[in-house]
Design a protein around this ligand. Sequence first.
Ligand SMILES: NC(=O)c1ccc[n+]([C@@H]2O[C@H](COP(=O)([O-])OP(=O)(O)OC[C@H]3O[C@@H](n4cnc5c(N)ncnc54)[C@H](O)[C@@H]3O)[C@@H](O)[C@H]2O)c1
Length: 265
Amino acid sequence: MDLDLNNKSVIVTGGASNIGRAIVLKFAEEGANITIADLDTEAGERVAALAKQQGAPDAQVIKTDVTDLSSVENLFKQASDAYGGVNCLVNNVGWDKLMFFTQTTPDLWDKLIKINYVGNLNCTKTALDYMIPGDGGSIVSISSDASRQGEPREAVYGGLKAATNSFMKTVAKENGRSNIRCNCVCPGVTVPDSTDETSENSMWAVKDAMFTEDQFAAIAKSLPLKRIGKPGDIANAVVFLSSQKAAGFITGQVLSVSGGYSMIG
Ligand SMILES: NC(=O)c1ccc[n+]([C@@H]2O[C@H](COP(=O)([O-])OP(=O)(O)OC[C@H]3O[C@@H](n4cnc5c(N)ncnc54)[C@H](O)[C@@H]3O)[C@@H](O)[C@H]2O)c1
């Protein structure tokens, strides 16, 4: 199906690594112009070059810290100047350190809140500033099944992703009249094929930092679809939801893409 994303202007935060990288490459296949917003510009440039090879008319990397509003405002100005506006935003940046809540500290909470929630507020606010006076648009936030399940060692992160789900629903209700759709995609464990697909700051850059091989095998066995998620699984859902043609009557939804890990009625 043609998703009608040809020449659209798309911003993907955290597009230099793993899931964000796959989202960039999927938009590239659909012929979109892509702005990758990441702290790691070297890895971002590698993804931008691949995106152009794989069908993007153009792709640029803007060094951005999503936790800093002025950095985000610069990002949107650069994307709009280059590609004539902003049609789609994917709030993909996120970060976690797996620990039981009793082991966490207020410093860690602050870091988690800034990266997983404040970054989303900064990008969504700025996107609305462009989309409301424009033709509307789509905002997809990458949440997590930890927001729906209550995941051990992800207490603060899961709570912030649940806040993201709720925030997106409210923004969807407030801005539907401006033809702006907002949705969330919740991955389960989603692992890159190799460290070539991750940036330096990636949660997956250090082998075994998240899970051991035995733990991966146990997770795969526990899922109805019997395998661990791949970044492209998430990208397919994000690009579908971003397409006005395919998903133009879908807003305020939270979609798990996790091999059946969570099943919410
Ligand atoms: N991979 C998983 O198993 C999984 C599961 C559930 C949810 N998620 C969510 O999916 C999203 C992507 O996860 P991933 O595994 O691809 O992450 P990743 O760690 O591989 O990549 C994150 C990217 O964000 C960038 N980044 C970090 N902080 C930034 C900031 N302040 N400003 C700009 N860029 C910044 C990093 O440089 C990196 O390139 C996140 O929101 C994460 O919470 C991932």
